[in-house]
Design a protein around this ligand. Sequence first.
Ligand code: TRP
Length: 465
Amino acid sequence: MKKEIHTKREGFSSSIGVIAAVLGSAVGLGNIWKFPYVTGANGGAAFILVYLLCVALVGLPVMLSEHLIGRHTKANAVGAFKALQPRRPWLLVGGAGVLSAFLIMAFYTTVAGWIYAYIFKAAGGALISAKPEDTFGVFNSLISGVGEPLFWQWLVLLVIGTIIMAGVTKGIERVTKLLMPLLFILLLVIDIRSLTLPGAGEGLAFLFKPDFSKITFSVVLAALGLAFFKLSVGMGAMITYGSYVDKNENLPKMAIKVALADTLVSLMAGIAIFPAVFALGFEPNQGAKLLFVIIPAVFNSMPFGRVFMVLFFMLTAVAATGAMLSLLEVPIAYLTEQYRWTRRKATLLTILAIGLLGSTATLSNSVFANVIVFGKTFFDLFDFTTSNILLPVGGIFVALFVGWQWGYAKVKREMSNEGRLKNDGLVRIYMFLVKFIVPIAIVIVLLAGLNLINPIISFFKDISI
Ligand code: TRP
């Protein structure tokens, strides 16, 4: 077997490149597809407020933690924990991350496949109708097919596999740097159209006028899970990307910038969708199909709609692809560094495994529609267990690791670039968050959101009797 010798580790080549890649990981289907539909399903503005709190108090500190760990150790998710704590079970946290990457990719490639398909449907004229009932028909027939959605999913896998094989700098960095700004501009155009539809005001109120009676613990858990998913944290993707970051980069500043930009894109996607939902007389709680049904209808109500529609789905495909690269890079970095596999072998086998697992998600609306595990189809199961369980649990351990295991002095050195940055106050706030707020908040939200508090209380009552 040919072994690759890792003498010089590849890395991102510039500050802009780093931001583009990290933002490229964060921005994806999470913003354009998931954020709007989860917001719609959970009642709108109040959910968004909870979400913002989750990003600021939990997601952001965990992201910074992962960047610090990654840059310090220059290693993959498992290798990083091993390097810092060789004899302790912390590396299991990295291992769980590698597993999460597979599960997320399994359903993410399904949705990315739908997006790829929509580029062609839009170009071919299949989506020309301002009536959401018609676009719904197109979407329904796509997702309940067998060969068609599988074809698109495997095409997605082929595309990301090819880019990943090209390597970190040439592959990941180049693609994301080029196309992110374009997506932003196009979202702005759609926002303007959506906001100027007659009756758009109701959608804005839905987005920005909170009604707190809608907030329950399972809604808070959904917000927390979305925050993790959105920022790509809780499974080592940001450890892996952090490992490619230069030692002079200002990590806290970068994390804050990325979280702000990412949130802005999500809100812009919300503004693109909800005013239109209400203007066209639809319900906001349509679930996963929201984007695929409403967005074509918006485009069809504007001049050159078809051209814009094709462009929109192309850019969404690019955003999804950039995000998937970071997911895929987690197992690839792990396999090439820990087992010395070649990049090629690691990529091919990983893609194959994801394809097989992911096919079950893609077929959840057809062949496996009646296979229900823990009350969910494969698609929903992968989605729910990763966002709402595995990522937050990963976040607890990352925070505990930095806060209690790695320790203040070492964290301060890494965060201040060996004392070259004067950010003492920031280090202190950050340490307080990861030591106390992050783990406690996640534990409470998880237990309450999964309805585990009462069973646990009665369990202890039973014991003490
Ligand atoms: N953040 C991406 C999105 O919003 C998805 C994603 C990419 C992700 N890498 C990740 C989610 C790592 C969790 C962990 O679409």
